[in-house]
Design a protein around this ligand. Structure first.
Ligand code: GRF
Length: 220
């Protein structure tokens, strides 16, 4: 597109918007990845949160990334919120939308407009412990209740379902005998989420991810 910075290898920089609701540790992993070169050809052009108190917005501010709060509480109806949210996202002209701990349902119009250009990080090995009601600590509570020995995280494209889009990357993590949900969540974040989300963005920024029906092929 016109006016884009060309990056060192001639490929246009990927404009990425990150959507958050909470602490923003995944956002921080992305920020750090752009800084340390783990993520190439990428520019973080904006952060959007539904929660004005999200520490993730502070992380954006500290790193000079424009931050916006678009909250359903500020609008009469969900339809109006959906419209304003899409307007805010479009305003950044993103090539990629990254849901990093974003807990609001994505409007159908936005899923359609950003098909195969919107990714989500889920803290389990999909199709285990995913879908409606499986988010945050609930995922790890269910894993411990089931007694699984291996958990992990998944990055996938977002489609109309909940955690059902084409899988891009997954990383497994061992469950340990004395794990509590909190301890397990932290290990999954440290050993999996914060690794595969930056990696997925770098692959997409370098044209290495192809979607084939409900799967992806990662090019060498
Ligand atoms: C965490 O539960 C993480 O597993 C999931 O979103 C939640 C918040 O993550 N992906 P963050 O610290 O806001 O990135």
């Amino acid at each position: 597109m016109l006016g884009r910075d060309a990056s060192e290898n001639g490929r246009e920089k990927l404009r990425a918007v990150v959507m958050v609701s909470g602490g923003g540790t995944n956002l921080q992993a992305i920020i750090d990845g752009v800084k340390d070169g783990t993520i190439t050809n990428t520019e973080l052009v904006g952060v959007i949160s539904n929660n004005r108190n999200a520490y993730a917005l502070k992380r954006a501010e500290e790193n000079g990334i424009p931050g916006l709060c678009v909250s359903p509480k500020d609008y009469e109806t969900r339809a109006v919120f959906n419209e304003k949210l899409l307007e805010a996202v479009d305003g950044f002209q993103p090539d990629l939308v990254v849901l990093a701990g974003y807990l609001v349902v994505i409007p159908p119009e936005m899923i359609a407009r950003y098909r195969n250009r919107m990714i989500n990080i889920h803290p389990s090995l999909i199709p285990s412990f995913c879908g409606k009601g499986y988010y945050g600590l609930k995922v790890h509570e269910a894993a411990l209740a089931r007694g699984v020995k291996v958990v992990g995280a998944t990055v996938h494209f977002v489609d109309e379902g909940t955690d059902t889009g084409p899988i891009i990357l997954q990383k497994a993590v061992e469950v340990e005998q004395e794990d509590t949900p909190e301890v397990l969540q932290r290990r999954v974040m440290e050993q999996a989420e914060w690794k595969i989300l930056p990696k997925a963005i770098d692959l997409i920024a370098n044209g290495k991810v192809q979607v084939e029906e409900n799967r992806t092929v990662i090019l060498p």
